[in-house]
Design a binder for this molecule. Structure first.
Ligand code: SF4
Length: 192
């Protein structure tokens, strides 16, 4: 997968985007912290694995977990199509809400493993096959995907479990009009 071409697709759609190494991802977020009073974090494993959540906390800036009212919101994507569409699922909706409206700036950190070679169908398949099962196991959710295949592959609807984590699906064709959005494509595999 050529990260450069995915990056170019994101730029064509109106995102500020660049390809970075893991170290450069940390430096890029650090450079955006000037004047920032608080940073929102929606539970992203990618942001955690890159050490960015710790870096922000150690800098003395308040980290607002699962909050949308912040100067800068950090998150990843569950899937990114090669033509630059971001797809995210949510249980409570806080992460999707913050990525649409509220924060003064949104920054995505997206590893290679999130890129799907295809369109929205492939993105949704990745989410139900990889992202949700791993997140359900991590969170101790009792869903079909935590022990086997998600019913979405047979019924196109998913499960009826009270523990279901994919209740909201957001597809971003372009960055939202009032939310400056940066995408850092990280050259490595991070998160689910
Ligand atoms: S619909 Fe249910 S089983 Fe399927 S991925 Fe979502 S939580 Fe898992």
């Amino acid at each position: 997968m050529e990260l450069k071409s995915v990056c170019e697709a994101l730029v064509r759609r109106g995102y500020e985007a660049k390809v970075v190494s893991a170290a450069e991802a940390v430096e890029s977020v650090a450079a955006l912290l000037t004047g920032v009073q608080n940073v929102g974090w929606g539970g992203s494993e990618t942001v955690k694995e890159l050490g960015i959540r710790d870096m922000v906390a150690k800098s003395g800036i308040e980290v607002r977990d699962h909050r949308t009212d912040c100067d800068l919101f950090l998150l990843s994507a569950n899937a990114l199509t090669t033509d630059g569409r971001i797809v995210n699922i949510d249980g409570s909706g806080n992460r999707v809400a913050a990525s649409v409206y509220g924060p003064k700036r949104v920054v995505y950190l997206i590893g290679r493993n999130k890129i799907v070679d295809g369109g929205i169908d492939e993105a949704l398949a990745r989410i139900h096959r990889e992202a949700c099962p791993l997140n359900c196991r991590r969170l101790g959710k009792k869903t079909p995907c935590s022990v086997g295949e998600c019913p979405w592959f047979k019924n196109g609807q998913g499960c009826d479990s009270p523990d279901r984590i994919c209740k909201v699906t957001a597809i971003f064709d372009r960055p939202p009009s009032r939310t400056p959005t940066t995408v850092l494509l990280v050259d490595g595999d991070f998160g689910y």
